[in-house]
Design a protein around this ligand. Structure first.
Ligand code: PAF
Length: 282
């Protein structure tokens, strides 16, 4: 495995790979890797000749200092996990100053309001921060394919838009959410939960399934009230949002449109830890 911390090292290696016409796969992460990340890496290894994983906790996508400070980090374990997937994966683990020079400047993008919905209502500038770092990474790696998880579906819609805005020649590959046996979507933030709350957090996936099963049968208002009551009755649990939206625009829309696809999104705060998830409804 090759571990780099400087952009100049990456540039050299990417230039070499491009000269040899190799396909480049990029898996951007913030570290504290779990099986969900590893599924992205495995997919990248299967379909690209050169694979890079980036480990960088991007400060500009956190609107809350405490959330940034609490974000779990475990680089030694991460490297071991990557090595077990393949010895040939390249790792980029830069310092903040390497990615942002002296100031944490955010770029603004026209995400056509995708950034105003769902997470965007609660995390000011979050998606500008994501767009800024992903744009820097795409410029650096010029990936043929970039791999992201469906768990952060809104993020994948933002990156799809970013690719169009910046005319990146990169294919966005969205990989299915990996779950615990109880249905809880894998997330680096799960490491911050107590064992008991991790078990109880099965309610999140159960809620999504309930929404899917009742989408045609009940009004959304009734579905929402049932779910809110159930979740908020659990100690430490608070429903932040539950929405069923158009799968593409992420806007609330009438459900009698037969041609449309719908997706249900949820965010639950568990003792202050933000857990998000989503599934396709129809
Ligand atoms: O999904 C994440 O881990 C981050 O938002 C990403 C895409 C690595 C950008 O920092």
């Amino acid at each position: 495995m090759q571990l780099y911390t400087l952009k100049s090292q990456v540039e050299k290696s990417i230039d070499k790979a491009k000269d040899l016409k190799k396909t480049i796969g990029l898996v951007p992460t913030m570290g504290s890797l779990h099986q969900g990340h590893l599924s992205l890496l495995k997919k990248a290894v299967q379909s690209c000749e050169v694979v890079w994983v980036t480990i960088f906790v991007n400060p500009t996508q956190f609107n809350n200092k405490q959330d940034l400070n609490n974000y779990p980090k475990n680089i030694k374990k991460d490297l071991k996990m990557i090595y077990e997937i393949s010895k040939n994966i390249f790792v980029f683990n830069p310092e903040i100053s390497e990615m942002y020079e002296n100031k944490l400047k955010i770029e603004n993008f026209d995400f056509q309001d995708l950034d105003k919905e769902l997470e965007g209502k609660y995390r000011n500038n979050h998606f500008s921060g994501v767009g800024t770092i992903v744009s820097k990474l795409f410029n650096l790696f010029k990936p043929t394919k970039a791999f992201f998880g469906e768990k952060d579906f809104q993020q994948t819609r933002i990156i799809d838009r970013l690719i169009k805005i910046k005319n990146f020649q990169t294919e966005l590959v969205i990989c299915p959410t990996v779950r615990e046996q109880n249905g809880l979507a894998l997330s680096s933030r799960n490491a911050l939960l107590s064992t008991e709350n991790k078990e109880k957090a099965a309610v999140i996936y159960k809620t999504l399934i309930y929404c899917k099963e009742n989408f045609e049968k009940k009004s959304f208002k009734n579905i929402y009230n049932d779910c809110k009551k159930e979740i908020n009755s659990l100690n430490d649990f608070e429903l932040e949002y539950l929405e069923i939206t158009d799968n593409k625009t992420l806007k609330k829309t009438k459900k009698n449109d037969v041609k449309k696809s719908f997706r249900v999104f949820i965010c639950v705060l568990v003792n202050g830890v933000r857990l998000i998830d989503n599934i396709l409804v129809k």
